[in-house]
Design a protein. Structure first.
Length: 152
């Protein structure tokens, strides 16, 4: 609950939650509204994402940082390309399997990302942390399987 002294921070936090929520809903729902397949919906969404990224980089709070000219921006292009490939797969899956199933399947990437982080990038984990991580991954996979095979 917001108190009077924390009202502006609470409003800012609520706004920071609402904007991504609407973005995610638009990202998931808009492609299924029309009679579009994933390939046809991909280009408009890509244009929208690039436009939004450029807009955010030009916000007054970011102008002094000059994110468009930072070398870290260019080093993150590879992860953006990989995300684009994943987004394309999601759009194809959402149209073919429905939003709920398509989104669930697309979020299974956390399993691969976690395993790559632990085994390829050699993230330090205690034995207890590794056990909890692996149990969590098994639960994620089980949830994905259950969601996928449930009758619509």
């Amino acid at each position: 609950m917001c108190t009077l002294t924390k009202k502006s921070r609470c409003e800012e936090g609520c706004l920071n939650l609402c904007i991504p929520n609407f973005r995610l809903r638009g990202y998931s729902v808009f492609p299924t509204l029309g009679d579009l397949n994933g390939k046809e919906a991909f280009l408009p969404q890509t244009i929208g994402m690039v436009g939004a990224a450029l807009l955010f980089s030009l916000l007054p709070s970011n102008l002094k940082l000059k994110p468009l000219f930072d070398k870290n921006t260019y080093s993150n292009v590879l992860s953006g390309i990989l995300f684009g490939i994943a987004a394309f797969g999601y759009l194809l899956s959402a149209k073919a399997n429905g939003i709920a199933t398509g989104f669930t399947i697309s979020q299974m990437n956390v399993v691969l990302a976690t395993l790559l982080g632990v085994y390829v990038l050699k993230e330090e984990k205690s034995k207890r942390e590794l056990i909890f991580t692996l149990v969590g991954l098994v639960l994620v996979v089980a949830g994905g399987i259950i969601t996928t095979i449930m009758p619509q």
